[in-house]
Design a protein around this ligand. Structure first.
Ligand SMILES: [Ca+2]
Ligand SMILES: [Ca+2]
Ligand SMILES: [Ca+2]
Length: 412
């Protein structure tokens, strides 16, 4: 069972793989990169790839394909065994041993979860249940996180694999590790100068709906000036109380689903939040958040991710909708609320006066307008239908738009 290179053929990806043949690139930065060329594919029972991450002649990991029968059911299985004191990136949330795969640009380092990886499952499949376990089924160009121990020092690295959905074939393509002990590495980084992906700018957040969930949270930012070094962005919501301790290492190690991935468009970005917060909790009303944007390095022109400064704190509320086009965050200065069928508009900052107050109905017709010079203002709405009304307040500092629900009728 322990023979290496039982099956070997070109995969579709080898054509675009690097040109070095089984060699370590000269040290650039401190990443030692090895291209497997051609890529090697395994699909017979007992096939095994012996991975020597630092090419010192000591095998560090064994990746195995096996078929067997358990209680009469045929099983196919692809698994990894870390050798000696080495470890694999682990999915800490699972009880059974799963090797976790990550996308390009995910940081691997001391903040990641590592385990011995004995029999660590990439993917299994049984025809009986038409299913199986493991996170690697159908993986294309996914990265296995690796923690290597050499002479008492810890190094971090990765290996790139494809794994078939039915757990009957895997292909290994290349691997790399960081020569500097304890230094994190970006999945997919192959060397080159240590250059950071560019930071975004003008980050702003807004409450644009009343669903009480992530769809209410709009995030806008200007793209990185040098966006060609960026693979994609990750928008992360952190509870405001935890934001002070949030750093690029933590941000880069988050599992997918705990951040909103935003692909480059070449333009500035404005879109709804689409994921859980950084703790895996749903976005909800009345919880203060700060938003961060991680610029994920492309792994070739840049090898370090960059984390933005936090946004202003935002707390989603029902009945408070802030115009995303606000040039200035006026939300804390202007309070709009309902008192029966009166719209109250309170100004806490004199710089917002004089202000023009306009009220629109749901059909977009303006039904009230006045100019206000006092910090407290009341707009009495008689003989109206019940429903949502839009209040637009134009001040010397900018404009805000807020929705207010009124009961209707002639009473106050
Ligand atoms: Ca080795
Ligand atoms: Ca290769
Ligand atoms: Ca809201």
């Amino acid at each position: 069972m322990k023979k290496k290179l039982l099956r070997k053929h070109l995969s579709a990806y080898s054509a675009i793989a690097g040109t070095l043949v089984g060699m370590i690139q000269p040290a650039q930065g401190a990443i030692q990169y090895t291209d497997i060329d051609p890529d090697v594919t395994y699909n017979s029972n007992g096939d095994e790839y012996e991975l020597d991450l630092n090419n010192d002649g000591t095998i560090d990991y064994k990746i195995t394909y096996s078929t067997f029968t358990t209680v009469g059911i045929p099983v196919k299985k692809i698994s990894v065994d870390a050798q000696n004191q080495n470890k694999c990136l682990w999915d800490s949330g699972k009880i059974i041993e799963l090797d976790h795969n990550v996308n390009i640009g995910t940081y691997l380092g001391p903040f990641s979860t590592w385990d011995w990886g004995e029999g660590g499952l990439l993917k299994s499949f049984t025809s009986y249940s038409y299913g199986g376990g493991g996170q690697w089924g159908g993986a294309v160009d996914k990265y296995m996180g690796l923690q290597l121990e050499v002479g008492g020092n810890i190094h971090y690295g990765w290996a790139r694999l494809d794994v078939h959905s039915f757990a009957d074939e895997f292909t290994i393509k290349d691997y790399a590790f960081e020569d500097i002990p304890d230094q994190s590495i970006l999945a997919g980084a192959t060397g080159g100068a240590v250059i950071s992906a560019g930071a975004i700018s003008n980050l702003s957040v807004a409450d644009i709906g009343d669903n009480g969930d992530k769809s209410d949270l709009q995030v806008s930012f200007d793209k990185a000036a040098d966006e060609n070094k960026v693979d994609h962005y990750r928008v992360i919501a952190v509870k405001a109380a935890d934001a002070g301790a949030f750093d690029v290492g933590t941000a880069s190690a988050l599992m997918s689903g705990w951040y909103t991935r935003v692909d480059k468009t070449g333009a500035n970005i404005s879109q709804s939040f689409e994921s859980l917060d950084r703790n895996g909790d749903p976005i909800e009303n009345d919880t203060p958040y700060k938003i961060f944007v991680l610029s994920v390095a492309d792994g070739t022109q840049a090898t370090m991710n960059t984390l933005s400064d936090p946004s202003d704190e935002i707390t989603l509320k029902d009945g408070v909708i802030m115009n995303v086009a606000d040039p200035i965050p006026l939300d804390n200065d202007i309070r709009v609320y309902r008192v029966h069928n009166t719209i109250a508009v309170d100004f806490d900052q004199p710089g917002n006066l004089p202000a023009v107050i306009k009220v629109f109905n749901a059909q977009g017709q303006m039904i009230h307008q006045n100019v206000q010079n006092q910090p407290r203002n009341r707009v009495v709405m008689r003989d109206i239908n019940s429903g949502l009304y839009i209040t637009v307040i134009e001040t010397p500092k900018g404009m805000v738009t807020k929705k207010v629900y009124l009961n209707g009728g002639s009473g106050l």
